[in-house]
Design a protein around this ligand. Structure first.
Ligand SMILES: Cc1cc2nc3c(=O)[nH]c(=O)nc-3n(C[C@H](O)[C@H](O)[C@H](O)COP(=O)(O)OP(=O)(O)OC[C@H]3O[C@@H](n4cnc5c(N)ncnc54)[C@H](O)[C@@H]3O)c2cc1C
Length: 465
C-alpha cells in the first residue's frame, strides 16, 4: 500500500475544513492533505437545492483570506439596504477558486477528491472511491475532523416518513423539475429549507391557497436586518439579547422581549415557538410566508398516501395529485460538545455562537499560533447549535464566555478585527462612532446580569406545550 505523509490530514472540504485550512496555512508553514468523498470543495453546497442562497451576508461566509462577494449592499429589491447574499453557484465558484488557485497554488495543500477516510484509531487510511486505490497517511501533526458538524440535507437524507405507492414525494432540490403544475404542494418542515421552498414557489406565481404547510414546530428566526456586518447593528443585537435575558421571567419571555426589540421573528403571532435554530429571515419573506393559511399542526408525518397525510395526531386529506416536498432533514447537527483539541484529533466546532466559518478559521489561527492544547481549548471551548429556545440561551452564554476568552488575547483580537467572517469585527474608526458607542455602552450595562440570566434560563426545563 502506498504511504502519504503530511503535517495535517483534514477530513472534509466543506465550509469548516476550507476555513480551517485557509487560516492554518496563512499562519504556519505546514503541509495539509485535504480529503473529501465528494468530487470537489464546498461540502453540502454541492447537493443543495438550486434556488438556495446564504441566509446571512456573504461577507460572513467562506474563508478568512478572501472575501466572498464584494461586501455590496443590495441596491434594489425587497432587501434593499441589506448586504448581498450569495447563491449556490457563486459559493461553489468561490470554493473552487480558493482550493485550486490559493490552496494548491501555495504548494502547501494536496487535495484528494472522491476519497473516503477511515481510521481504526491509530492508522489513517484514504481510499479513492473511483479507483479503489488505498493509501496509509502518516500524519506528523494532526488529524482534523472537519465533518463533525456536517449538516443533514434533504438531497442526501431520505424523508423521515414512508410513502405508499402512488404518493408523490420529492426532495426540495427537485422542485425546479416539476412540469405538471400540481394542484397542491405539501411543504414538510419548519426550518429554513421549508421557508425557502415556499418563498420560491410564491415568487414563481403559485397561489398560497395551493400550498399546505406541515409545520410540526413553530420556529423563532432572526430578523435578517439585525445580522449585518455593521458594528452598530452587531453590538445592538448583543445588547438587546443581554437586556432581554436580564429582564426575562422565563425563556419564552426572553424571546418575546427580543421580538419586541425587532431581533427575532415568528410566523404565527398567536403561537409561542418551541424551535430556535434561528436562521435569518427577511421581513418580506415573513409577509409572504404568512399568506399560507393551510398549516397542518398535527405532529410529524408518519406516512403519505395518494390523497392523504398520516400524521402523529391524525389524518389530513390532500388532493390526489399533491406533491409532497421533503424539507424535513435536520440541517445543523448537535453531536456531543467535546474539546476541540482532542488527544486523537481536532474536531472542528463552533466557539462563539453560530458563524461556523469564523469559528473554523479561528481554530486554524489558534492551532497555528499556540503550542499547548490546554491553552487552545481554554481559548476556544466548544459550543452547540441551538435547536430549542433553552439551547439558544446556552449557545449565547457559552459564546459570550468564549468571545471574552479569545478576545482577551491581543493577537487574536487583532486578527479577528481584520477578519470579515467575524460578525463582531470593529475597526478603531468605527469604535468612535456615536451609534457604535451607544450600542457598546448598552451591552456593557446589561451584559453582567444578562449573561448570568442566560445561564439560568439554559438550565430551566423546556416549557411543555
Ligand atoms: C441550506 C443551508 C444554508 C446555510 N446557510 C448558511 C449561511 O448563510 N451562513 C452560515 O454561516 N451558515 C449557513 N449554513 C450552515 C453552514 O453552511 C453549514 O453548517 C456549513 O456549510 C457546514 O459545513 P461543514 O464543513 O461543517 O459540513 P459539510 O458541508 O457537510 O462538509 C463536510 C464534508 O466532509 C466530507 N466527509 C465527511 N466524512 C468524510 C469521510 N469519512 N471521508 C471523506 N470525506 C468526508 C463530506 O463529503 C463533506 O463534503 C447553512 C446550512 C444549510 C444546510
Amino acid at each position: 500500500m502506498r504511504t502519504l505523509d503530511t503535517d495535517y490530514l483534514v477530513v472534509g472540504a466543506g465550509a469548516m475544513g476550507m476555513a480551517f485550512t485557509d487560516a492554518l496555512i496563512d499562519h504556519s508553514d505546514v503541509h495539509v492533505t485535504l480529503v473529501d468523498r465528494r468530487h470537489g470543495p464546498g461540502g453540502h453546497w454541492n447537493d443543495a437545492y438550486p434556488f438556495v442562497q446564504l441566509h446571512q451576508a456573504s461577507l460572513f461566509y467562506g474563508v478568512a483570506s478572501t472575501e466572498l462577494g464584494g461586501g455590496e449592499v443590495q441596491q434594489d429589491g425587497p432587501e434593499m439596504g441589506l448586504q448581498e447574499r450569495a447563491r449556490r453557484a457563486q459559493i461553489q465558484t468561490y470554493y473552487d477558486d480558493i482550493l485550486y488557485r490559493r490552496f494548491l497554488g501555495s504548494g502547501q495543500v494536496t487535495f484528494l477528491p472522491a476519497t473516503e477516510y477511515r481510521t481504526d484509531g491509530s492508522t489513517h487510511l484514504v481510499a479513492s472511491r473511483l479507483s479503489g486505490e488505498q493509501a496509509e497517511v502518516d500524519v506528523r501533526r494532526r488529524v482534523v475532523d472537519a465533518a463533525y458538524l456536517s449538516p443533514e440535507v434533504p438531497a442526501t437524507t431520505p424523508a423521515p416518513f414512508g410513502a405508499a405507492e402512488g404518493a408523490r414525494v420529492v426532495p426540495v432540490g427537485e422542485l425546479p423539475e416539476v412540469v405538471d403544475a400540481p394542484s397542491s404542494y405539501v411543504i414538510v418542515g419548519s426550518g429554513k429549507t421549508a421557508t425557502d421552498a415556499i418563498v420560491w414557489l410564491l415568487g414563481n406565481g403559485v397561489d398560497p391557497e395551493h400550498i399546505v404547510w406541515v409545520r410540526p414546530r413553530e420556529p423563532w428566526m432572526l430578523n435578517r436586518a439585525v445580522v449585518q456586518p455593521d458594528p452598530a447593528v452587531a453590538f445592538g443585537l448583543a445588547a438587546d439579547t443581554m437586556a432581554a435575558a436580564a429582564a426575562a421571567a422565563s425563556i419564552d419571555d426572553m424571546f418575546l422581549r427580543l421580538e419586541d426589540a425587532g431581533a427575532v421573528l415568528r410566523i404565527d403571532p398567536d403561537i409561542v415557538p418551541t424551535m430556535a435554530k434561528t436562521p435569518t429571515l427577511g421581513a418580506w419573506e415573513l409577509d409572504l410566508l404568512r399568506t399560507v393559511e393551510h398549516v397542518v399542526r398535527a405532529g410529524h408525518i408518519r406516512s403519505v398516501g395518494p390523497g392523504e397525510l398520516v400524521l402523529e395526531a391524525g389524518v389530513v386529506p390532500v388532493p390526489s395529485d399533491a406533491l409532497v416536498v421533503h424539507c424535513a432533514a435536520s440541517g445543523l447537527q448537535n453531536p456531543p460538545m467535546v474539546p476541540i483539541w482532542g488527544a486523537d484529533a481536532i474536531r472542528l466546532q463552533t466557539s462563539r455562537a453560530g458563524f461556523p466559518c469564523f469559528n473554523a478559521a479561528l481554530v486554524g489561527y489558534v492551532e497555528a499560533t499556540r503550542d499547548d492544547d490546554h491553552e487552545r481549548n481554554r481559548l476556544c471551548p466548544p459550543n452547540l447549535y441551538a435547536n430549542t429556545p433553552r439551547q439558544w440561551a446556552l449557545m449565547q452564554a457559552r459564546g459570550s464566555r468564549a468571545t471574552a476568552a479569545f478576545g482577551a488575547e491581543p493577537d487574536i483580537a487583532e486578527w479577528a478585527n481584520r477578519c470579515a467572517l467575524n460578525p463582531a469585527r470593529i475597526s478603531d474608526d468605527q469604535r468612535a462612532a456615536p451609534e457604535v458607542r451607544a450600542a457598546m455602552d448598552r451591552l456593557a450595562e446589561h451584559a453582567p446580569r444578562g449573561l448570568a440570566r442566560l445561564e439560568e434560563l439554559a438550565q430551566e426545563r423546556e416549557p411543555v406545550r
